[in-house]
Write a protein that binds this ligand. Structure first.
Ligand code: SF4
Length: 691
């Protein structure tokens, strides 16, 4: 047995440096966090610590498959790789010949975060002029909200949290989704007596261990941030000298906030005035306060406005210049990659149609707002994504996948819902079975994750499949002639980093910026170096015109009504990551079953017993799950931790049947936590259906 270095590839900002026990180049044993990486610090989440269960799972796909029964039936027969690739290339060629190249839509996201295996599909897309994909499902709302004020995707080093006196985790649950944040928070609490405040609409695992949990209604974070800034101006802790040199319009902001005090915010957020005042007093008294922004609170129609409002708070308080102070969403902008080879950016044509991935249901059912004047989509090539389970309005997605004139090839590790609805299924490697290159949003290291073991059966990497298809399709690009390792090496060199052999030998390279740059001492990342209280939302996306000029409560959420009296949040489950890990029995056992957290007062009023079946619904669909009485939400709020595959719900309809594919302004984005629903005891729902 040897212990070898690796990198976690999953869709998680921590991108942990790993140590993996390897047996005979064929099997892995225990997986641990690298103790000598000063961000990972030897800590990883439980689901990756058990990774051997996933790698050596008996249900791994190991052979190419051809559909033999009706779509979605799960009836397939094994075929050779040559036949699978020939059939796929033929289907893509036929779609192009009949309907034009834009009728083919390569579709991907973050099943792996490795740059080569994740993004190489774009090289084929651009070389063949297939439809482009707007990457909206996770980050586009956060991106806009953060960029609006700051002007770049970077911020104070997250390792500085250990030197903070106050850490505010706003709209995230790192205990479940980014465990290393808690390592640094714990150090700050132990060594400095730092306080932890969590802002989240439910008592998550992180909120449960906080010194103060602020629990606003979903989608009201902008109002809370405005009230905190109002108090800053009112009580004299607004840093006027800092704003005078580093912000665009502090006087206009102060005047605007005059009418947005704690009473105003209390009515919108449902928070007690006294709690808003207490939070403000703590924040205002602490210059070393670090706001760690999560993704969760941005998954709302007003998410970008809310994220911008929270970044404004750090600017009003003037915390950015202080060690352990400021705010961070992601450090993704510090790596200066040249991804020309990986993505084929030199053959990209921006006049080729781009469609919103979060609206794949609309695309596949002929919605012209996405298709424009171009052809309908007749062929999908899918890697690293499970759109039938994770994309919004999933009943509509399913109607799209049911089209008989649609060809679908999915390259996957397990028989996911999307794979089951495909014509061709190709078996994919996992991260320890191929080479790749990683950056992190949650820290500052770039790393190489080398191949450690041979894959099972006939599994092939994403890169291998893309190159093999390119050769059959006649696509030309140097990247199709390179190995993964050559691609990593060339990309590192082109981006100004050490070569691949050096990075592998060093295990990681720290891309952290100097303190002055990371803390914006020399100005923010806009051309005029000033933080923007009044951003140019129109410049950030096509839907920016309606957004508030200054931080505000942007009242465009899917509001509660008499017929839909609940606001539903689909927070991530601790044992799952999107739909990855749902195949592991140990994780499923811990999560038990799809469950809605409901306030006991709501449950009693509706006659829903603790543990009973209940039904949720809206105009898009209905799902059946089980209730858990939980006083860690405000009345009128439901939390469904997911993403469970649909087959675990009664009736086979998963939670995204209820979520909307409305694009969030200014640039689109999935609004997973912004859903009005009705809720009923299942018996009552059945009775009504029978009437
Ligand atoms: S915490 Fe995130 S990056 Fe680290 S091992 Fe778990 S999923 Fe991977």
């Amino acid at each position: 047995m040897e212990v070898r270095a690796s990198v976690c590839p999953h869709d998680c900002p921590s991108t942990c440096a790993l140590e993996v026990e390897v047996h005979d180049n064929a099997r892995i044993g225990a997986v641990r966090g690298a103790a000598d990486n000063d961000y990972t610090r030897g800590v990883i989440c439980a689901k990756v610590a058990r990774y051997a269960e996933r790698v050596h799972h008996p249900d791994r796909l190991t052979q190419p498959l051809l559909r033999t029964g009706p779509r979605g039936s799960g009836q397939f027969r094994a075929i050779t790789w040559d036949e699978a690739l020939d059939r796929t290339a033929e289907a893509l060629t036929q779609a192009t010949a009949r309907h034009g190249s834009e009728s083919v839509w390569p579709f991907y996201y973050a099943g792996t975060m490795g740059l080569v295996q994740r993004d190489g599909i774009n090289r084929l897309r651009h070389a063949m002029r297939y439809s482009r994909q707007k990457l909206t499902i996770c980050t586009s709302i956060c991106e806009a909200g953060w960029f609006a004020g700051v002007g770049g995707y970077r911020g104070p080093d997250p390792r500085e949290m250990a030197k903070s006196d106050l850490i505010v985790i706003w709209g995230g649950n790192p205990v479940a989704t980014q465990v290393n944040v808690m390592t640094h928070v714990t150090r700050a609490r132990k060594e400095r007596g730092a306080k932890l405040v969590v802002v989240d609409p439910y008592r998550s695992g992180t909120a449960a261990v906080a010194d103060m949990h602020i629990m606003p209604r979903p989608g009201t974070d902008g109002a809370l941030a405005c009230a905190l800034m109002h108090i800053a101006f009112r009580d004299g802790w607004a840093d006027r000298a800092y704003m005078a040199t580093h912000a665009d319009c502090p006087e206009a902001l102060e005047a605007h906030l005059a009418a947005r005090g704690p009473e105003w915010a209390a009515a919108i957020t449902g928070l007690p005035v006294a709690q808003i005042e207490n939070f403000a007093a703590l924040y205002g008294a602490t210059k070393r306060s670090y706001i760690r922004l999560g993704y969760g609170f941005a998954r709302s129609r007003n998410g970008a406005a809310n994220m911008h409002a929270v970044t404004c708070l750090a600017t009003v308080a003037g915390t950015w210049p202080h060690e352990g102070g400021g705010a961070l969403w992601s450090n993704r902008g510090i790596y200066h990659w040249d991804k020309t080879l990986i993505e084929g950016l030199d053959v990209r044509d921006l006049s080729v149609r781009a469609m919103d991935m979060s609206r794949i249901g609309a695309v596949l059912t002929g919605d012209r707002t996405e298709l424009g004047t171009g052809p309908e989509v007749h062929a999908l090539l899918i890697q690293n994504q499970n759109p039938l389970a994770v994309c919004p309005d999933s009943n509509r997605v399913r109607r799209g996948f049911a089209r008989e004139d649609l060809f679908v090839c999915t390259h996957e590790q397990f028989m996911t819902e999307t794979a089951r609805w495909s014509d061709i299924v190709l078996p994919a490697t996992m991260f320890m079975e191929h080479d790749d290159l990683y950056q992190a949003g949650g820290h500052t290291y770039l790393q190489i994750g080398p191949k450690l073991i041979e894959p099972p059966g006939e599994c092939r990497s994403n890169h291998a499949v893309i190159c093999a298809l390119a050769h059959r399709l006649g696509a030309k690009h140097p990247g199709f002639e390179m190995t993964e390792w050559e691609m990593i090496d060339a990309t590192l060199r082109a981006s100004g980093w050490p070569d691949a052999a050096t990075v592998r030998a060093r295990r990681w390279v720290d891309a952290a910026q100097p303190f002055a740059q990371a803390h914006f001492l020399d100005g923010f990342a806009h051309a005029d170096k000033r933080f923007r209280f009044a951003p140019d939302w129109n410049a950030l996306g096509p839907f920016g015109a309606a957004m508030p000029k200054l931080p505000d409560h942007f009242a465009i959420v899917d509001a509660r009504t008499e017929t839909h009296p609940f606001r539903m949040v689909t927070a991530p489950a601790r044992q799952f990551l999107n739909t990855s890990f749902t195949e592991m029995p140990s994780g499923r056992a811990r999560e038990r079953r799809p469950t809605a957290l409901i306030h006991p007062a709501d449950a009693d009023r509706l006659g829903i017993a603790d543990g009973a079946r209940m039904r949720l619904g809206n105009a898009r669909g209905e799902v059946v799950l089980h209730a858990r009485h939980f006083d860690g939400v405000q009345p009128g709020v439901l939390v469904v931790e997911s993403v469970w595959p649909s087959e675990y719900y009664e009736g086979g309809i998963g939670i995204n049947a209820l979520t909307s594919d409305d694009p969030a302004p200014p640039a689109g984005g999935a609004v997973f936590h912004d859903t009005a629903v009705w809720a009923r005891a299942e018996a009552a729902a059945l009775a009504q259906a029978a009437e």
